[in-house]
Design a binder for this molecule. Structure first.
Ligand code: ZN
Length: 262
């Protein structure tokens, strides 16, 4: 996109390298505080991070962003998996796009969800960032295999599909969540949507071209010889041998033998 490129040349130097990795480590620290910290610390951390429209409007603007640090799972193992997976996803994405585009992709999602929460107040967590990273990396390297939960080898495209399935169940459980789901995937759709549409159109064109090629070829059931007596062709019996009679008609070896014998 040309706008992004010109923005990058102007503001690229302000980009934070390793943004996703920084967030992943902060997420882990927040999780540890919430899990093992004293009660007052836990309450303090939650109050400081969970978005609240009243507080945002009265000046606690960091709440527009801080929801990305709210853990989406209560299990320590799940949080460790997500954090280490996020570290890798962030590195892959930054290698592919550079820091500025990653900042834009992540920043847009986090900020827009924060603004969303003012109006709709849907509880937000780090899940949406994780989700958008999975989708982006799966679109870039769909066949890259990773170890899910450190043990199950799974390709990125299947992990993205599982994630999409989880969102579908979220929608079934609470149909009103559809707005949030669409909204939280807008950045992905904007970045990859045109690419998918192009790929889909390209596939259609290839299929049409292949169809034309196939129909131009000689059909499978075309025969070159047909016996004028029994009407058999070389397709009916590949062992038949055909000769041309004086009349110009063809006759198969079987009919010729019968005629000569009779
Ligand atoms: Zn014949």
């Amino acid at each position: 996109m040309r706008i992004i490129s010109s923005l990058e040349s102007k503001f690229g130097r302000f980009a934070i390298p390793g943004l996703v990795q920084i967030i992943a480590i902060l997420q882990l620290i927040v999780f540890l505080l919430l899990r093992y910290g004293p009660v007052e610390t836990r309450e303090g951390v939650l109050t400081a991070l969970v978005p609240d429209s009243g507080k945002i409007l009265s000046g606690h603007v960091w709440l527009l962003l801080s929801h990305v640090l709210v853990p989406s799972f209560s299990s320590a193992f799940a949080c460790l998996c997500i954090s280490s997976f996020s570290l890798w996803l962030g590195r892959v994405l930054e290698e592919a796009w550079g820091a500025f585009r990653v900042n834009l992709y992540v920043g847009w999602l986090v900020l827009s969800l924060g603004v969303w929460s003012i109006f709709f107040g849907f509880p937000l967590s780090s899940y949406w960032l994780f989700n958008t990273l999975i989708f982006a990396v799966a679109a870039l390297i769909p066949n890259e295999e990773i170890l899910l939960f450190f043990i199950i080898p799974l390709k990125m495209k299947w992990i993205a599909l599982l994630d999409a399935g989880a969102m579908f169940f979220m929608f079934l459980g609470a149909p009103s969540a559809i707005l949030l789901i669409v909204f939280a995937n807008l950045n992905f759709l904007i970045v990859f949507g045109p690419h998918f549409v192009k790929m889909w159109l390209q596939q259609g064109k290839v299929a049409a071209r292949r169809g034309r090629f196939e129909s131009a070829k000689i059909p499978q059931d075309t025969f070159f010889h047909q016996c004028s007596v029994c009407k058999k062709t070389e397709l009916d019996d590949p062992h038949l041998d055909f000769r041309v009679l004086d009349s110009g008609d063809e006759i198969c070896s079987a009919c010729r033998a019968a005629r000569n014998g009779g």
